[in-house]
Design a protein around this ligand. Structure first.
Ligand code: PXP
Length: 249
């Protein structure tokens, strides 16, 4: 059964839209945990467009579940991770002009650099996950550079039409099997919603789903605790019948 990591970046997005003090992702993390979040995820971006350094500092002190820090593999971010010691670092690609993370990390052509970065973070006692596309080349490279986890990018699955979804789902399923065969542990995330999460949650061996935008959007109607509770229920009890024509378990 997969667990649920709740990404709080979009709470910080609302705050930063006014450069104000509220809403504050720090107390909101406690509400997410009350709703059943198994982990809290934040992305400290180089341009600090949403999450701020103070959020990371305070969440490190207050999160009672697990804190997953998404970040680019830059020297500045590696120093921050080593000084803060979250439970996990997820390395992601980062472009200033993008609205959200696009595509997975290019591991296979950056092996020497990533290996060094991963070793530094792991030597500090922090688990490392790599956000990658579910393709053999990147999964094998992830194993080679010493990552313990991969987070499979579900963005293409999420954005595809319902006709196309079975094919994109199959890629994630195959990626999960391939990762496990390589000895990697597997999370997934990006673009998952109350409508499309169940087939991904039902994948055998999937350990955690990281979900942000959809939960924060729903929390405007029902509050964060309830929005997390509803998502957790779907993640833990995904329907067994296929949502779009082919069996997915
Ligand atoms: N996983 C990773 C690596 C991400 O970069 C993001 C977006 O910050 C998410 C999961 C969550 O994506 P979403 O907000 O679309 O649920």
């Amino acid at each position: 059964m997969a667990s649920l990591g709740v990404n709080l970046d979009h709470i910080a997005n609302v705050r930063q839209a006014r450069k104000a003090n509220e809403p504050d992702p720090v107390p909101m993390a406690l509400l997410a945990e009350l709703g059943g979040a198994d982990g809290i995820t934040i992305h400290l971006r180089e341009d600090r467009r949403h999450i701020q350094d103070r959020d990371l500092r305070l969440l490190k002190e207050t999160v009672r579940s697990r804190l997953n820090l998404e970040m680019a593999a830059t020297p500045e971010m590696v120093d921050i991770a080593i000084n803060t010691l979250p439970d996990m670092v997820t390395l992601v690609p980062e472009k200033r002009e993008e609205i959200t993370t696009e595509g997975g990390l290019e591991v296979s052509s950056n092996k020497a650099y990533l290996k060094e970065v991963i070793e530094r973070i792991q030597d500090a006692g922090v688990l490392v996950s790599l956000f990658v596309d579910a393709i053999p080349k990147q999964l094998e490279a992830s194993k080679n550079v010493g990552a313990t986890w991969v987070e499979l990018h579900t963005g293409t699955y999420a954005e595809s039409t319902w006709e196309r979804k079975p094919f994109e789902l199959a890629k994630i399923q195959e990626g999960c099997v391939r990762s496990k065969t390589l000895g990697l542990r597997v999370n997934a995330g990006h673009g998952l919603t109350y409508q499309n999460v169940e087939p991904i949650a039902a994948i055998e061996g999937m350990e955690e789903l990281n979900i942000g935008h959809s939960i924060i959007a729903r929390s405007i109607s029902v509050g964060l605790t309830e929005a997390v509770r509803e998502m957790k229920n779907l993640v833990q009890n995904p329907r067994k019948e296929p949502l779009f024509g082919i069996p997915y378990t």
